[in-house]
Design a protein around this ligand. Structure first.
Ligand code: C2E
Ligand code: CA
Length: 642
C-alpha cells in the first residue's frame, strides 16, 4: 500500500515559506534566532528526505545504497528535531550559562542524542535502528524504539524547561511552546491507525508556525531605523538575565545633544545620522572582534550587552566607542557632532534588579558630556539606586506609620531685623535605610503621585504647629510650605486644603505656598484654577528656585506671586561681573513689580552683607540656621527674639 505524500508536500511548502520569510529579514535577526531558524531548516530537510525515501520505497527498484543514504538522512534529521526543540527552549529562556556550569546536566543533555545518532549511522552494518532488505524496502530494526524514547526524552526536557521558567515566559509564550505535545501526539495516533497518512511533518511545521507567529514575530525585536534590537528586546533580555541570574556587562552609550539634534535636524537627516551612528557601533565590534548585542533604546541611548565571557572586552569597547562616535558625521550638506557619554554597568554587581537599571537609564539619558568612560559602580555609590528602586514601598510605609517629620528653617527679615517666617521642609527617617534626602524621594513621590498624600501630611503638620499655643508666642507671621507641581494639578487640592485649615482654625495669611517655575510654565487648566482659587481664599504664593530655569518674566508677571526666592546657584555671582549685573537688575525689576525677595542658601556673613546691600528683603540659609525640628526651631526663635 503506497503512502500518501500530500501532507508532506504541504509541510514542505510551509517550511519553505518560513525560510524565505527569515531570509528576507536581516542577518541580525537570523543570528538572534539562530536556533529557531535551524529548527526550520531541520524540519525542511527532514521532510524532503521523508518524501525522497517514500518515493524510492514506492518505486520499489531496490536501490539499496541510495535507500540507506536517504533513510539515514531522514532519521538523523528527524531525531534531531526534538533535540533542537530542547535547545531552543534553553535559548528562549536564556539559560545556557546555567547548563554550561553544570557538567552533569550538560552530559545528560548531550549523551542521548549522541547514542541516537551513532545508532542511526551504524545501522547499515548493525541493522539496530533499521535496514534495507534485498528488495530495497525499509525495515525497522530491533532498537528503533530507542529513537522514540530519546525523542520523548528531549520533548520532556523541553516541556520541563517551559514549566520551570513559566514565570519568565508567561501564558502567551508557554502555550505555543507546549503545543508541540498535543500536535505530536495527535500525529502519532493518526499515523498509528492510518499508517499511510504521513502527517507527522505537518504537525511539526504547524507547531513551529505557531511559535513563529506568536513568539518569534519577525521584526518585533528590531528598531527599523537602525536595524538594531529595540527597547522591548532589551527589557526582555534583562528580565531573563535577572530571573536566571545571568551576569552581564552593559555599555550604555548616550548622545548628550540628542534632543537638540532631533529638534533642528529634519526627519530624514536625523534618520541618516542614526544610521551612521549604528554603523559606527557595528564597526567597533568588527574592529575589536567582539560580539555584543547592540540595542537602540531610543532618544539617543544605546546599549551594548556583553555576556560574562566577553566581559573583559567591555572596557576596551567603551573607549573605542567614545572615540568612534566623537568624530563628526557628514550628513548631506553639513556635518554634525554627537558628543557621547559612555558608562559601563556590571550586572548584578552594580545593580541587583531591573528597577534599578530603569532608574539608572532615566538618569543616564540626562547626563552631560564628560568625554570619559564612567563606571556605574562610581555613580551608584552616590546615587542610591537600591533605595530608589524600593522607594514606593518606603514611602507607603512612611505614610502608613507616620514617619515623616517637618523641620523649619528660619527666614530673617532685613527691614524688621528679626526672624519673621520659616520654610517647612520635610524629613524622612526610614526604618530600613535611615535618613533619606528629600531631593531623592520628592521627585520619585511626584512620579508615583504619592506626593499628593505626602504634601497634605506636611500641610497638616504645619497647620497643627501654627494652631499650637507655642507657635503664638514665637511672633512668626507665616510659614512657607512647598507645593509640588503634581499637587497643583490635583483638581481637589483646594477642597483638601480648605478642609485642613478649617480643622485647625488656621488663616490662609499664615501660610505662603511655594511653587516652582515648572509649575508656572506648565500650562495646565487645573493648575491655573488651583492657584487662582487658593489666591481667592487668601493664600499668597512664593516662586521657589528662581533663576534655575529659563525665567519667563511675562508668565511670572501673570501669577499672583508676592515673593520671589532666589536660588542658591543664582546667588554665586562673585567672580562673574555680568552675572552680577543680571542679579542686580533682576532684583530691581522684581521689587518694581511689588514683590519681595528671599535669598536662599546664604552661608557666610559676606554673602549676607552683599544681599542686604542689594536691598533683598529676606534671608534664608545656614548662616542663620539649618532646618530644625519643631521644638528646636521654637527654642531658636525664642533665643533670637528682639
Ligand atoms: P528647596 O525648596 O529649594 O529648599 C531649600 C533647600 O536648601 C533645603 O534642602 C534646605 O535645607 C537647603 N538649604 C537651606 N539653606 C542652605 C544653605 O545655606 N546652604 C545649602 N547648601 N543648602 C541650604 P532640603 O531640605 O534638603 O530640601 C530639598 C528640596 O526638597 C527642597 O528644595 C524642595 O524642593 C524639596 N522639599 C522639601 N520639603 C518639601 C515638601 O514638604 N514638599 C515638597 N513638595 N517639596 C519639598
Ligand atoms: Ca522651597
Amino acid at each position: 500500500m503506497s503512502k500518501i505524500l500530500y501532507l508532506d508536500y504541504v509541510a514542505l511548502i510551509i517550511y519553505a515559506l518560513m525560510i524565505i520569510t527569515f531570509l528576507l529579514r536581516n542577518t541580525r535577526l537570523i543570528r538572534k534566532r539562530a536556533v529557531f531558524v535551524l529548527l526550520i531548516f531541520l524540519g525542511f530537510f527532514a521532510t524532503l528526505y521523508d518524501i525522497c525515501s517514500i518515493w524510492i520505497d514506492n518505486r520499489g527498484e531496490g536501490a539499496i545504497v541510495l535507500s540507506y543514504i536517504i533513510n539515514i538522512g531522514y532519521l538523523a534529521l528527524r531525531s534531531l528535531i526534538p533535540t533542537f526543540f530542547c535547545v531552543y527552549m534553553v535559548s528562549a529562556t536564556d539559560t545556557w550559562h546555567r547548563l554550561r556550569n553544570n557538567r552533569i546536566s550538560l552530559f545528560l543533555f548531550v549523551l542521548p542524542v549522541a547514542v541516537e545518532i551513532s545508532l542511526i549511522f551504524t545501522s547499515p552494518i548493525t541493522h539496530f535502528a533499521f535496514y534495507i532488505n534485498e528488495n530495497g524496502t525499509y525495515v525497522r530494526g530491533p532498537l528503533i524504539f530507542i529513537l522514540y524514547i530519546v525523542g520523548l526524552y528531549y520533548l520532556f526536557i523541553g516541556i520541563y524547561y517551559a514549566a520551570r521558567y513559566y514565570r519568565l515566559l508567561g501564558l502567551s509564550k508557554f502555550l505555543p511552546l507546549i503545543s508541540i505535545v498535543p500536535t505530536q501526539l495527535i500525529s502519532l495516533i493518526v499515523q498509528y491507525f492510518r499508517p499511510t497518512i504521513l502527517c507527522e511533518m505537518l504537525a511539526s511545521v504547524l507547531c513551529l508556525l505557531l511559535i513563529m507567529l506568536t513568539i518569534e514575530k519577525p521584526d518585533s525585536l528590531l528598531d527599523r531605523s537602525t536595524d538594531l534590537y529595540n527597547r522591548t528586546a532589551f527589557m526582555d533580555m534583562l528580565i531573563r538575565a535577572e530571573y536566571t541570574e545571568k551576569p552581564l556587562s552593559v555599555v550604555f552609550i548616550n548622545i548628550t545633544n540628542y534632543s537638540a539634534l532631533n529638534s533642528y535636524l529634519s526627519f530624514s537627516n536625523m534618520n541618516l545620522l542614526y544610521k551612521a551612528l549604528a554603523a559606527r557601533l557595528e564597526t567597533v565590534k568588527t574592529d575589536l572582534s567582539v560580539n555584543p548585542e547592540v540595542y537602540n533604546l531610543t532618544k539617543g541611548l544605546f546599549a551594548a550587552v556583553f555576556s560574562n565571557e566577553e566581559k573583559p572586552f567591555a572596557n576596551k569597547y567603551a573607549f573605542k566607542i567614545l572615540d568612534a562616535l566623537h568624530r563628526e558625521y557628514p550628513i548631506n550638506n553639513f556635518s554634525v557632532s554627537a558628543p557621547t557619554t559612555v558608562c559601563i554597568v556590571n550586572l548584578p554587581d552594580d545593580m541587583s534588579n531591573i528597577d534599578q537599571v530603569r532608574l539608572f537609564i532615566k538618569d543616564f539619558v540626562r547626563s552631560r558630556f564628560t568625554g570619559d568612560v564612567t563606571h556605574a559602580s562610581m555613580i551608584t555609590k552616590n546615587k542610591d539606586y537600591a533605595i530608589m528602586a524600593d522607594m514606593d514601598n518606603i514611602l507607603k510605609d512612611a505614610i502608613e506609620n507616620d514617619l515623616f517629620e517637618v523641620y523649619y528653617q528660619p527666614i530673617y527679615s532685613v527691614s524688621e531685623k528679626r526672624f519673621n517666617s520659616a520654610e517647612a521642609l520635610i524629613r524622612l527617617n526610614s526604618k530600613e535605610h535611615g535618613f533619606i534626602r528629600p531631593d531623592l524621594f520628592i521627585p520619585m513621590a511626584e512620579e508615583s503621585g504619592l506626593i499628593n498624600k505626602i504634601g497634605l501630611i506636611v500641610f497638616e503638620k504645619v497647620c497643627r504647629f501654627i494652631s499650637s499655643d507655642e507657635f503664638k508666642t514665637l511672633g512668626i507671621d507665616y510659614i512657607e510650605v512647598n507645593l509640588s507641581v503634581v499637587q497643583c494639578m490635583d483638581k481637589d487640592l483646594t477642597l483638601k486644603i480648605a478642609e485642613i485649615i478649617n480643622k485647625y482654625g488656621v488663616k490662609p495669611s499664615q501660610i505662603n505656598l511655594e511653587i516652582t517655575e515648572t509649575a508656572s510654565t506648565l500650562e495646565q487648566k487645573n493648575m491655573i484654577m488651583n492657584i487662582i482659587k487658593l489666591n481667592e481664599m487668601g493664600f499668597e504664593f512664593s516662586l521657589d528656585d528662581f533663576g534655575t530655569g529659563y525665567s519667563n518674566m511675562v508668565r511670572i508677571a501673570s501669577l499672583p506671586l508676592n515673593i520671589i526666592k532666589l536660588d542658591r546657584s543664582f546667588t554665586w555671582t562673585e567672580n562673574n561681573p555680568k552675572l552680577k549685573l543680571i542679579l542686580e537688575n533682576t532684583i530691581r525689576l522684581v521689587k518694581k513689580m511689588n514683590m519681595k525677595i528671599v535669598v536662599e542658601g546664604v552661608e557666610t556673613e559676606e554673602m549676607l552683607n552683599s544681599f542686604i546691600a542689594l536691598d533683598c528683603d529676606y534671608i534664608q540659609g545656614y548662616y542663620f540656621s539649618k532646618p530644625l525640628p519643631q521644638n528646636e526651631f521654637s527654642d531658636f526663635i525664642k533665643r533670637n527674639k528682639i
